[in-house]
Design a protein around this ligand. Structure first.
Ligand code: 5GP
Length: 172
């Protein structure tokens, strides 16, 4: 497997879309002091840029979810730090790198719903709707993509390539 030479989504396109998402979120969340809850590790770069595109007061926290080994879904999801999350009565925006089958984020959303947030929204940089197994739909999506395994801008393949500034496809 190797990283495609040409990006699927350029760093410039990502930056422009993150700014747009920031504007959409600003309309809904100004004055609500939202909690951005980013899913480690993949959403770390996205949330760093997204948070800086939001001019209002907000809080930032992280949760870890693991469902993948290499490029294949394991079908099971482990959440860590979920017990420590203070989300009751908060306006929570879950920030994900990518929604694929939907299992990971649905497990997290279900956990959060049980903690009675004032509101709960999902903001995903990438969406692969053709791969969905669980019916979950992001409220805010950066880009919808076809069924590729992608890396860069926080997304990895076995721990590597998170630092690429653009999104690339892993090729055989
Ligand atoms: P799901 O539970 O929706 O199938 O998978 C979500 C998680 O799987 C994502 O948060 C991400 O960590 C990983 N994942 C799914 N598709 C991709 C992909 O194309 N590239 C990378 N690097 N990770 C992916």
């Amino acid at each position: 497997m190797r990283v495609s030479e040409q990006p699927l989504i350029t760093a410039e396109a990502i930056a422009a879309r993150v700014e747009e998402l920031g504007r959409e979120l600003t309309v809904r969340y100004t004055g609500k002091r939202p909690l951005l809850l980013a899913v480690l590790k993949g959403a770390s770069l996205f949330v760093a840029d997204l948070a800086r595109s939001l001019p209002m007061e907000l809080e930032l926290d992280f949760v870890q979810a693991r469902s993948y080994a290499g490029t294949r879904s394991t079908g099971s999801v482990a959440l860590s730090r979920a017990e420590d999350l203070e989300v009751t009565a908060r306006h929570v925006i879950v920030v994900e790198d990518i929604v694929d089958t939907g299992r990971t984020v649905e497990a997290l959303l279900e956990r959060l719903r049980g903690l009675d947030p004032a509101s709960l929204a999902l903001c995903a940089l990438l969406d692969k709707p053709s791969r969905r197994v669980v019916p979950v739909q992001p409220d805010y999506t950066g880009f919808s993509i076809d069924d590729h395994f992608v890396v860069g801008y926080g997304l990895d393949c076995d721990g590597l390539h998170r630092n690429l500034p653009a999104i690339h496809v892993m090729e055989q």
